[in-house]
Ligand binder design. Structure first.
Ligand SMILES: Nc1ncnc2c1ncn2[C@@H]1O[C@H](COP(=O)(O)OP(=O)(O)OP(=O)(O)O)[C@@H](O)[C@H]1O
Length: 320
């Protein structure tokens, strides 16, 4: 559905009199197959929006190629646009028009006949829990309802591929979870392919089959959330020893287990291992044999934030 090779975008900027170039996206290769829900993550300024704008033909690449829904973004932009839905961060509803009118107009803009746009619009209202809101002005809707209306607009011409730019930013947790259900249903009920950017790691974890991580304009990881967590971070074993003199022998045990230096803070010693479950019984036996008494031992499964920290040196939570 989406295939990019060496996709790049440079911006010319001015700092006072000095002209500079910003490499916003540098040689991005990416492949998204039909029916996938792919999350595009990265810290602020990593190049997410610039990539999305190139893939949706709103911005020309300075190098590289991309085909979207089978069409070339540079030479067949009109065909690309007809084949995709794009829901931007700011949404596209005008506050004064009626919600239903907006959706019909939007469909007609894409060349859908009026009757068909209305039929399709009403169907989407039902699917997206917007029943009864056809004649309401978008400004009178709740944040979650407005976001779902934005998504309905992006879908009225029945695209097989939908780009969602930060679909749940600014929504409360309940409205976010509700929108995740609707986004999942796009795939299960319509077979749509979804490419979304997000700052929320729990969103990517809950919703996406695959995650692409971009940093400084380059893709630094592409995998399922589960294997990213397993490969990049591993489980954290964290133990607290009873007395300070047992910190050093405990650290030596854990370092040997992990094949890397254990971290020590006060009486807490920790390491990351690929699978803590298989290591714990042996570890507990050997600590016992060494006479190391524990106050507690805990295992933490890795989170996507650990993955981020490992890959980019930054925590996404700082920006969420
Ligand atoms: N029109 C522009 N002119 C100059 N620089 C730009 C322009 N658009 C983007 N940039 C720069 O390109 C880099 C990537 O920006 P981009 O908006 O793609 O990042 P992002 O990952 O979407 O960030 P955010 O999460 O903050 O939305 C940044 O350094 C940004 O300042």
């Amino acid at each position: 559905m989406i295939h990019a090779r060496g996709l790049s975008r440079t911006f010319d900027t001015k700092h006072g009199r000095e002209k500079k170039q910003v490499q916003a996206v540098q040689g991005v290769d990416l492949d998204v197959e039909a029916g996938e829900i792919v999350g595009f993550l990265g810290p602020n300024g990593a190049g997410k929006t610039t990539t999305l704008r190139m893939l949706t033909t709103l911005l020309k690449p300075t190098a590289g190629t991309a085909t979207v829904a089978g069409f070339d973004v540079a030479t067949q932009p009109v065909d690309v646009r007809r084949s995709i839905g794009y829901v931007s961060q700011s949404g596209s509803t005008s506050p004064e028009a009626l919600a239903g009118e907006e959706i019909v107009d939007h469909g007609m803009l894409y060349g859908v006949g009026k009757q068909q746009a209305e039929r399709r619009g009403r169907e989407l209202f039902e699917q997206l829990d917007l029943d009864g809101l056809w004649t309401r002005q978008p400004r009178t809707l709740s944040g979650g309802q407005r976001r779902r209306l934005d998504i309905a607009m992006g879908l009225v011409h029945d695209p097989g591929l939908v780009f969602l730019d930060e679909p749940t930013t600014g929504l409360d947790p309940q409205a976010r979870a509700n929108l995740w259900t609707h986004i999942s249903a796009l795939r299960s009920e319509r077979g749509s392919t979804v490419f979304l950017t997000t700052h929320y790691l729990d969103e990517a974890d809950a919703l996406c089959d695959r995650i692409l991580v971009i940093d400084h304009g380059e893709i630094v990881a592409s995998d399922t959330p589960e294997s990213l967590k397993r490969q990049v971070a591993g489980d954290l074993i964290e133990l607290i020893v009873l007395s300070a003199d047992q910190v050093a022998p405990a650290a030596a045990r854990l370092s040997a287990l992990a094949g890397a230096d254990a971290e020590v803070a006060d009486r807490t010693v920790s390491v990351r291992v690929p699978r803590a479950g298989t290591e714990l019984p042996g570890l507990l036996r050997s600590l016992d044999a060494d006479g190391i008494a524990l106050e507690s031992i805990e295992v933490r499964r890795p989170t996507l934030d650990d993955v981020f920290l490992e890959l980019t040196g930054r925590s996404l939570r700082e920006h969420a």
